[in-house]
Design a protein around this ligand. Structure first.
Ligand code: NOJ
Ligand code: MG
Length: 565
């Protein structure tokens, strides 16, 4: 039996990486998979309460199958007070009534399997909800108790403990500590105060989560998306973050880039980044976190399941450490969505990603959108140009080796929505007054010409209002229109099956079609994306697909193409 505060046992030496290209073993389903992310609240509402739910998802799964995806990833649907829309879990083994019941979850999984879709569920191990039985017991039990030892309670600074124990800031703004009443005790929360961080040095915590893994695997889940995968272990001392070191480093970086070091840091504009790439981060990406994934690896193997890490770390190499042969199977490649609309930036991410994943014997993944970042259409400039660029970037994404993650609505070309302040619900907005992530979480427009665009069964308003001008973006309107974004995705995913194979390998060959052009060959497929301002001559090869009109062999700006050969 593991004991509270036992150290996590040292990891066994990592086995030699398996060769990245095929081999005699069977290809695991996730290696080349296209995983479609469903933001549960916003996909489809079955009961007219304006909030998406599991029966709504089940009914719409054929749409995901017809799109050509291989798997769905569902954001958390477990019992939760919903302060961070389910990323604050009160019971990891039940379904929130807002979204349905356990039977609904079973039916959803069974229907997905019937349709040939794998199911990835979200695991939130860094923190629980403050409504979780463990946290309630911790508050009731008092300082020094085994109940409190499951979380990170510490004594405050100042004469009466009236100051937070250290200087860490919450990702959602403000101090990362909340005081327990007027005692000298505080608890750590790297996110909202409703999300107390667990103490992963307490082995009881890992034991609980291993049980949760098995629980969902036994119910038929095929994999997990691991929330804040790089945050579970903090530097044991919980010492102050050295902001001085951090700001000196960013000033040096500015100077080396030829910028005035006092100029406002453009990174600060970034709306959300869990764990920045700062110099001193005692709260993120600690070496011991890898022992947790080594301890999960045999369980995942036993069920032939996978896990994908949400790990915002410092570099492609530190990110790839999560997919060493005895750890997890995949990690999101956030560099790809952080890259600007710039051929050199895209090339750089491709090279560094493939080098780093190859070094550990893993395959890469690619992602342009999720429920935490500004939608690619808007990120790339918005309007017609933003849409054209997002479509072109999708062709690059889907041509690269490894897995691709899509986020619901990107296949419709949805832009970020400027949600009115009275409708904003992101904890980031409540804690800091910054806009937050609601704009990429607006419910799906399925049909009709006015809100709620068949999101639910009746005229009821969805939890975030949809724009009045989305009539032309609905699934119904785009289906069958060869120029629509939906049909572009469908064609691309259909063709992809031919090219995304072990034989095509995990490598790409970058082609030089000029500095403003991203061009590469992956197996039998050549992808070209024109990020410049003038037309580009396409290389030889059969033109299979283009993200916009192509005049003969000339690829216009903001357009991507696939060629055979
Ligand atoms: C990352 C999730 O993607 C995000 O939505 C959530 O707010 C944080 N983790 C905290 O769980
Ligand atoms: Mg509902």
């Amino acid at each position: 039996m593991p004991h509270v505060n036992d150290p996590i046992p040292p990891a066994a030496p990592a086995p030699t990486p398996a060769p990245a290209t095929g081999g005699p073993t069977e290809t695991p389903w996730w290696r080349h998979a296209v995983v479609y992310q469903i933001y549960v609240r916003s996909f489809a509402d079955s009961d007219g309460d304006g909030i998406g739910d599991l029966p709504g998802i089940t009914a719409r799964l054929p749409y995901v199958r017809d799109l050509g995806a291989d798997a769905v990833w569902l954001t958390p649907f477990y019992t939760s007070p919903q302060h961070d829309h389910g990323y604050d879990v009160a019971d990891y083994r039940d379904v929130d009534r807002l979204f349905g019941t356990l039977d609904d979850a079973d039916r959803m999984i069974a229907r997905a399997h019937e349709l040939g879709l794998k199911v990835v569920v979200d695991l939130v191990p860094n923190h629980t909800s403050w409504d979780h039985a463990w946290f309630r017991a911790a508050l009731a039990a008092g300082p020094g108790s085994p109940e409190r030892a499951r979380y990170l309670f510490r004594t405050g600074r100042g004469d009466a403990g009236e100051l937070p124990p250290n200087n860490w800031q919450s990702v959602f703004g403000g101090a990362a500590w909340t005081r327990v009443g007027d005692t000298d005790q505080w608890y750590l929360h790297l996110f909202d105060s409703s999300q107390p961080d667990l103490d992963w040095r307490n082995l009881e915590v890992n034991e609980m989560f291993q049980g949760v893994l098995r629980y969902w695997l036994d119910r038929g889940a095929d994999g997990f998306r691991i929330d804040v995968a790089h945050g579970l272990l903090k530097e044991e001392s919980l010492r102050d973050q050295d902001h001085v070191a951090t700001s000196i480093a960013s000033a040096v970086q500015h100077e080396s880039e030829g910028r005035d070091p006092h100029e406002e840091d453009p990174d600060e504009e970034e709306r959300f980044q869990v764990g920045a790439r700062e110099v001193d981060e005692p709260m993120w990406d600690q070496p011991e976190v890898h022992d947790v994934y080594r301890s999960w690896h045999p369980i995942l193997e036993e069920y032939a399941a996978m896990a994908v890490a949400e790990a915002w770390t410092r570099s492609p190499e530190t990110t790839a450490a999560y997919v060493r042969p005895d750890e997890l199977q995949q990690t999101f490649n956030f560099d790809w969505l952080l890259a600007e609309w710039d051929a050199a930036a895209f090339r750089d991410v491709i090279t560094t990603t493939i080098d780093a994943t190859r070094a550990v014997g893993a395959w890469p993944t690619w992602v342009l959108n999720n429920h935490d970042v500004i939608r690619s259409v808007t990120r790339y400039g918005g309007g017609a140009a933003g849409l054209a660029r997002a479509r072109a970037a999708t062709l690059a994404t889907l041509a690269l080796p490894g897995a691709a993650y899509l986020y619901q609505g990107e296949e419709l070309g949805l832009p970020e929505v400027d949600v009115a302040p009275e409708h904003r619900q992101d904890p980031l907005w409540f804690r800091t007054g910054k806009v937050g992530r609601d704009g990429c979480r607006v419910p799906m427009p399925w049909g009709g010409s006015a809100p709620p665009y068949s999101f639910g069964p009746g005229p009821g308003a969805p939890w975030i209002p949809q724009p009045d001008d989305w009539g032309a973006l609905t699934v119904e309107r785009q289906e069958g229109d060869p120029d629509s974004t939906l049909e572009l995705y469908r064609r691309a995913l259909r063709l992809r099956h031919e090219f995304a194979t072990d034989e095509a390998g995990a490598e790409v060959e970058l082609l030089d079609l000029g500095p403003q052009v991203l061009a590469f060959r992956h197996g039998a497929l050549t992808a070209v994306v024109n990020c410049g301002a003038s037309d580009v001559r396409l290389p030889d090869g059969e033109l299979l697909l283009a993200s916009g009109p192509v005049d003969g062999r000339r690829l216009p700006p903001d357009t991507g193409a696939w060629l055979r050969g």
